[in-house]
Design a protein around this ligand. Structure first.
Ligand SMILES: [Fe+2]
Ligand SMILES: [Fe+2]
Length: 277
């Protein structure tokens, strides 16, 4: 089966683009399951219950978040309800939300989804390696597809998590930097890996925010509102082919959808399939 993970959806431009293209991308790419990181979906930071429902209606099966998880506190009720949305598993037990969720794909195959936060240039959190062990112990043994969104800054941490979990999870895909990396690969024991799957939103900006605002604050230290940018909206994500019996990844490739591609209804793969070694 085939799973798409969409990189951090930023603001209204990102949400609208997902709404416009996900149904056709699903059909074109024959996708069975879609995961999306939505930590920036509301005004560039956080997520509201309404936007969560819109993403599910657009075809997203499970939502992951990151360091901006509680920026809109309304989302806490969703995180605590039986909904396909998870908190970072290395947040304290008292932090609202589930550490993992199992969601059935259209073909009935269960998919376990969890996320972890890195500890470099991020707010202090519990050990991601220990949290990964806890989650893997808790997920029922019959659930073979186990999917990790590692929300982290350091590529070295990303690579280490990939190697640490190689053969024990289907995918270790990075989010948070908003910049896709060209290192998609299947690790030796069958885990799909990529340091960062990129961002869905305005690429004519700084991580999805207006260049002039970020520049003004950076140069003058004068606070400005980092408004969401508007130009060159693109969907960035990564597609993984998975053996549903073993949960192992068999191929991975990057997906980029531009506004031109959406208008023409023709999607060119951003990279070739990288198959298992
Ligand atoms: Fe983000
Ligand atoms: Fe983040």
């Amino acid at each position: 089966m085939r799973i798409l993970h969409i990189g951090d959806i930023v603001g209204k431009p990102g949400r609208q683009f997902v709404n416009q293209c996900l149904a056709s991308v699903k059909e074109y790419e024959k996708l069975d399951f879609v995961i999306a990181n939505a930590e920036n979906a509301s005004g560039g930071s956080g997520l509201t219950p309404q936007i969560f429902r819109e993403l599910i209606a657009a075809g997203v099966d499970c939502v992951t978040l990151g360091d901006h998880i509680y920026r809109r506190r309304e989302i806490i009720s969703m995180l605590e309800a039986d909904e396909p949305i998870v908190k970072p598993a290395n947040y304290p037990a008292s932090a609202p939300g589930k550490s993992w969720a199992v969601v059935n794909a259209e073909n009935g195959t269960p998919v376990a989804v969890f996320s972890l936060l890195g500890r470099v240039f991020m707010k202090p959190v519990d050990c991601p390696w220990t949290a990964a062990e806890c989650v893997l112990n808790e997920i029922p043994a019959e659930v073979k597809i186990r999917w990790l969104d590692f929300h982290a800054e350091a590529t070295s941490d990303m690579q280490l998590m990939g190697r640490y979990l190689d053969g024990r999870v289907t995918a270790v895909l990075g989010t948070h930097t908003h910049v896709s990396t060209a290192d998609e690969q299947i690790l030796p024991q069958g885990t799909a890996f990529q340091c960062d799957i990129g961002m869905t939103g305005p690429h004519d900006g700084i991580l999805g925010r207006r260049v002039d605002r970020v520049l003004e604050t950076t140069l003058s230290f004068r606070p400005t509102h980092f408004e969401v940018a508007s130009g060159d909206v693109q969907l960035h994500g990564t597609i993984v082919d998975v053996c549903q019996e073993t949960g192992q990844a068999t191929a991975i490739r990057r997906l980029v959808v531009t506004q031109d591609q959406l208008r023409q209804g023709v999607y060119q793969p951003a990279s070739k399939d990288v198959a298992a070694p």
